[in-house]
Design a protein around this ligand. Sequence first.
Ligand code: ADP
Ligand code: MG
Length: 323
Amino acid sequence: QNTINKIAAGEVIERPMSIVKELVENSLDANATNITVEIKNGGISYIRVTDNGDGIDKDEVRKAYMRHATSKLLTSEDLEGIMTLGFRGEALSTIAAVTETEMVTKKRDSLTGVRYMINGGKEIEFSEAGAPDGTTIISKNIFFNTPARLKFLKTSVTEGSYINDLMIRISLSHPSISFRLISNGKTVLSTSGNGKVKDTIYGIYGRDISNNLLPVDHTSDGIKISGYIGKPFISKGNRSFENYFVNGRYITNVVIAKAIEEAYKTRIMQHKFPFTALFFQMDPTMCDVNIHPTKKEFKYYNEKALFSATFHAVSDALSEREY
Ligand code: ADP
Ligand code: MG
């Protein structure tokens, strides 16, 4: 049991950011409208995700942390270096295998909730507890029981920045859900969840950016593009300001990136990297997204059309105003 959990954990849970990703996705699946993520030390020592979602029934809590067993398995020690395909749908058990985990959860129609503690896959406590509706999961000291993995983590600043980037993408692609990210006691992101992309951008990046946006609305070749781009003076020395989503999903794609940058260059001679929050809608059967849990590389069957649509969407938005 413990051994296979560690294998899967190596795949799904690579760093603190992976834990936040899995927990927040679970909160979204549970119909939460309010999700708060609190981290300390870049998530290395502490991650807490609180949601106001459906909660988990008392009788289902242990089940949520279970996974399939296998017979042909190696010892725990063999696993430090193994790279194998993991198992999706096993996030909680893998997180519980490599952290000190505590869950408090309550369904709306239950009188009391449950507190469940599990360290390195070993159950510590299961008890009734008073709790608000929804689920809170705390994951402490990632890889405390697999020192070899711990060594591969970067500094807490870098690990924290991965979580920050993740929360930006998730909150941008869910404007109707209110997200908050607290890092070392400080709120660094707080979105209203009112459904408006512009207000979501404000909650993430603040007024300097949200007050300097140009709307985008363009359709060509079956590709619909909406959202916002930043006025030319909003820029960075790298692509970290370029956010784009295909059919609701955050992706990276060099054709889109090049088209965005080319449009700024052509229109206003800008050679830096602009701010964008662009939402693409297109036929999913013509798209290919690498579904590896840690990757999001996107391919479209017609790169020429994708380039052209993106270029014109950005170019049109830039042409409509004076700066
Ligand atoms: P998966 O999400 O693929 O089902 P997980 O290991 O991530 O696998 O979660 C296991 C189960 O635990 C989920 O299917 C769900 O029933 C329950 N669960 C996990 N997190 C939450 C949550 N925040 N709110 C309600 N239920 C949850
Ligand atoms: Mg899940």
